[in-house]
Design a protein around this ligand. Structure first.
Ligand SMILES: C[S@@+](CC[C@H](N)C(=O)[O-])C[C@H]1O[C@@H](n2cnc3c(N)ncnc32)[C@H](O)[C@@H]1O
Length: 595
């Protein structure tokens, strides 16, 4: 069995990392790693591929076997053709990005037919393998009128294939090492090197990003900013992060400086910021400017120490509408500071949020781990609306979110306050002080591990009849494992997880693979289980729906396998691949499992 090369992807196969495995485990066969581009998510590695098993044909009489068989295409080629033929009428599937940098820029692996990428072929093979197929809920195949199990994995392009990138992290280098007057080159590292390749006309960047880059280049020329030179470990400006506020088109700029402290960046930082503001005469480019100090020698763009973030200019948050928020209301906003995770294609991710909220039954108790600023959970809360009179039928009974980054909790609380609901209940004092103090507090909070914004109790204020029926919303700052083992998912019907590329933390996966313990009493608090020995407690005992949003297909395939093969009772309801970063060899996958 070999993986065929197609004309489109031929030139890129050498940069892929193919892993093969059988039912009994994994075996790496080929590993040609490319340097990860500085953009982070959205290109770089491919997934594991499971060998499809030959199925016995059915419904034939014996004489059929004597007839000459039609020439069959190899399986993978067949599937690629199926994918293309089924979607050939959909314009996004065949449209071209047409980027002038394609070929030299490492950011994209295709310039057209953006779903025809190896990672999607891998995902199709994985979900059509027998070991996965036997765990698909049979009624779902019928309901969806699927003629073939191979149609089970659906592929969607959730938005435009150009200008979708509303966040970019780019490297800098001196445009000319002999003269500071040449300013900075800003772009991606060329393949297998640390040479910075400028991409001023990138077609997947939001236009505001290209405009902002141009302005930074001009400013660095004018004020002769010392740009960091890796080979001699000298200079200041090292990377830039650009995040577009979609409603205004303005950019939140983070200047990453090779320095330990803010004062080491002066006076160059002040000169640069002043010039950037001067160039933006009409005040239409900059939303805010931050400085991040990172003097480490590694490739990480950001230092994890929160003390190294310094707001320089403008408001502390950019605001975006919560996907699914009522179109005519001003309320329902998400808040992002540059210190928190933000989807690079925010508009495309709204489609994922839609699938997630529609997979949650009304009246559910929902736990969300790796929640970020709560995009998925809050979108579900708005979608399901107010609880019904009996506490059932509509709304969500409660929403418990958690994430290890304390800055997310601050953004989450702001978002809850912006929702079209009246908030009552307690919020801890630490979240009521002024901005500067909050930032210091959050740093200390990180050490405490488990911190809850207890009970933000929401109720819709437009209907007075049901004021006793409330949805409680909490946010816990903790790693997913600590949150789970402190009882966050006890009593939850639905668990949403959206982990980083490497997948779920091992203790979380372990709990999800445990069989349901029928003798474990129903409870929503860990204290009530104190009589049970630890090894008998199933911390996800009540979860019946698991919604797994994945940005790393390798990890998803591996963990999905473990979940399906465990005795936990999981069955696959749906699997959808979203081409969230058109041009790159990346798929964002949503898998819904029920038990
Ligand atoms: C892919 S993002 C998903 C965020 C969110 N769903 C969104 O769309 O904005 C992953 C999140 O997991 C968090 N995270 C990473 N490792 C974690 C861990 N071990 N425990 C808890 N959260 C973690 C990160 O801070 C980040 O916010």
């Amino acid at each position: 069995f070999s993986f065929p090369r197609t004309s489109v992807n031929n030139q890129h196969m050498s940069v892929l990392n193919l892993a093969w495995y059988d039912d009994d485990g994994y075996e790496e066969e080929e590993s040609n790693n490319r340097r990860n581009s500085s953009r982070g998510r959205g290109g770089g590695r491919t997934a594991s591929i499971e060998r499809p098993k030959t199925r016995r044909p059915t419904g034939r009489n014996t004489s059929d076997w004597d007839r000459p068989k039609p020439v069959r295409q190899p399986k993978v080629q067949q599937q690629r053709t199926t994918l293309l033929s089924r979607t050939q009428n959909a314009p996004q599937f065949t449209a071209a990005i047409d980027c002038p940098h394609f070929g030299t820029c490492p950011g994209c692996v295709v310039n057209s037919t953006v779903a025809d990428i190896d990672i999607i072929q891998s995902a199709k093979l994985y979900f059509s393998s027998l070991s996965v197929q036997k765990h698909i809920i049979p009624s779902k195949l019928k309901q969806q009128n699927l003629y073939d199990e191979e149609d089970f994995f659906k592929v969607r392009i959730p938005g435009s294939i150009t200008q979708w990138r509303s966040q970019a992290k780019l490297a800098t280098a001196p445009a000319n090492t002999w003269s500071k007057a040449a300013g900075a080159a800003i772009g991606l590292y060329a393949r297998h090197s640390h040479k910075v390749l400028s991409i001023p006309d990138c077609k997947v960047h939001h236009p505001s990003i290209n405009k902002a880059i141009n302005m930074i280049v001009q400013a660095t020329k004018k004020v002769r900013t010392p740009v960091y030179q890796e080979d001699i470990d000298d200079g200041l400006l090292r990377y830039v992060q650009l995040q577009v506020e979609m409603s205004t088109g303005k950019v939140c700029l983070t200047l990453v400086m090779h320095a330990e402290k803010l004062k080491e960046c002066q006076p160059h930082l002040s000169f640069l910021v002043k010039e950037l503001k001067k160039l933006d005469e009409k005040r239409e480019v900059w939303h805010s400017i931050w400085c991040h100090c990172n003097d480490s020698s590694g490739n990480a763009i950001f230092n994890r120490d929160i003390k190294r973030w310094h707001p320089v200019e403008g408001p502390p948050f950019i605001c975006e509408k919560i996907p699914g928020a009522f179109p005519n209301l001003k309320e329902g906003l998400l808040y992002f500071s540059p210190m928190v995770f933000r989807q690079a294609n925010l508009e495309g991710f709204a489609e994922i949020a839609k699938e997630v909220r529609e997979a949650i039954p009304a009246g559910s108790k929902v736990c969300e781990m790796y929640a970020g600023v709560g995009l998925l959970g809050l979108s579900s809360l708005l979608h399901h609306g107010k609880m019904g009179e009996s506490g059932k039928g509509r709304g969500l009974q409660w929403l418990k979110c958690s994430d290890e980054n304390p800055e997310n909790a601050r953004c989450f609380e702001r978002a809850v306050n912006s929702m079209p609901m009246h908030i009552t209940g307690r919020t801890p004092r630490r979240f009521q002080k002024d901005e500067g103090d909050k930032r210091n507090k959050s740093r200390r909070d990180k050490k405490d591990d488990l911190i809850s914004i207890q009970e933000m109790v929401n109720r819709l204020n437009d209907d007075k009849s049901d004021t006793n029926v409330r949805t409680s919303v909490t946010y816990t700052v903790a790693s997913a494992a600590s949150a789970l083992y402190s009882g966050q998912a006890l009593g939850a019907d639905v668990l949403i997880v959206d982990p980083p590329r490497k997948g779920l933390d091992e203790p979380v996966l372990k709990q999800l693979c445990m069989p349901i313990n029928k003798n474990q009493p129903y409870t929503e608090t860990a204290a009530e289980l104190s009589d049970l020995p630890n090894h008998l407690i199933n911390w996800a005992n009540d979860v019946r729906t698991l919604i797994y949003v994945s940005c790393g297909f390798d990890a998803l395939a591996r963990e999905c396998d473990q979940l399906l093969k465990s005795n936990a009772g999981w069955e696959l309801e749906s699997a959808t691949g979203y081409v969230l970063f058109p041009g790159s060899n990346h798929v964002e996958t949503v898998v819904v499992l029920r038990r």
